[in-house]
Write a protein that binds this ligand. Structure first.
Ligand SMILES: C[S@@+](CC[C@H](N)C(=O)[O-])C[C@H]1O[C@@H](n2cnc3c(N)ncnc32)[C@H](O)[C@@H]1O
Length: 200
């Protein structure tokens, strides 16, 4: 059975995300991706940037099966098998390994706030000085939605789980700052999404 999952949103955003990562990832980076989902970003970026090493992860069993199936189907040597990482946990099982970058695409709004706190704590623990945390998704700015579509999206998120929500960029920045991460860059992306680049 082919466990590969196909995410329509990834088909739309993977090239614009790749453009940013191509520019901001350190040369020959070892990247830890959190909340990899289907694994399509992992294989797309790793195929385009063969000099990097990509470590995908997701706490969901079906997601990990999809990621593994994508790696096998694409025959990529620079993507490692997926790990089961819940970012809310106080340790991720990869402490002691060196990562130049952490990547979390479409996770912050679709998980409880504790996941964001866990993400930035992990970045503070695992990244060396100059390492980056890249996040992509919808954010509020100055306490307001940046587009009606994001407000509608938040309604949809809250129906799924009251703890989900489009976060205030400033709150994410403050949580990151408390873990030694500086918000280096905010990049406006299509469909009212933002890329955030934090530096340790
Ligand atoms: C909307 S999907 C995004 C998947 C992929 N990054 C993408 O953009 O297509 C959200 C993902 O977050 C993962 N997730 C939810 N809570 C998490 C947590 N506490 N730690 C790590 N991943 C989590 C889910 O398993 C799911 O794969």
């Amino acid at each position: 059975m082919d466990a590969r999952q196909y995410s329509p949103s990834t088909a739309r955003n993977r090239d614009v995300i790749l453009d940013v990562l191509r520019r901001v990832l350190p040369a020959r980076a070892t990247v830890l991706e959190l909340a990899s989902g289907s694994g399509e970003h992992a294989v797309h970026v790793a195929k385009a940037l063969p000099e990097i090493t990509w470590q995908p992860s997701d706490p969901d069993t079906a997601a990990r099966a999809s990621i593994a199936a994508w790696i096998e189907a694409e025959g990529l040597a620079n993507v490692r098998l997926p790990l089961a990482i819940d970012v809310s946990a106080s340790a991720w099982g990869v402490e002691g390994q060196a990562f130049d970058a952490l990547v979390a695409i479409n996770m912050i709004h679709i998980s409880p706030w504790e996941a964001t706190l866990g993400l930035v704590a992990g970045a503070g623990r695992l990244l060396s000085a100059g390492g980056i945390l890249y996040t992509y998704g919808a954010y509020k700015r100055g306490g307001s939605h940046t587009a009606p579509s994001n407000e509608a999206f938040e309604g949809w998120l809250k129906q799924r789980d009251e703890r989900y929500g489009v976060r205030d960029l400033e709150a994410v920045e403050a949580a990151a700052q408390a873990r030694g991460l500086r918000l280096r860059e905010i990049i406006e992306m299509p469909a009212n999404n933002l890329s955030l680049v934090f530096e340790r």
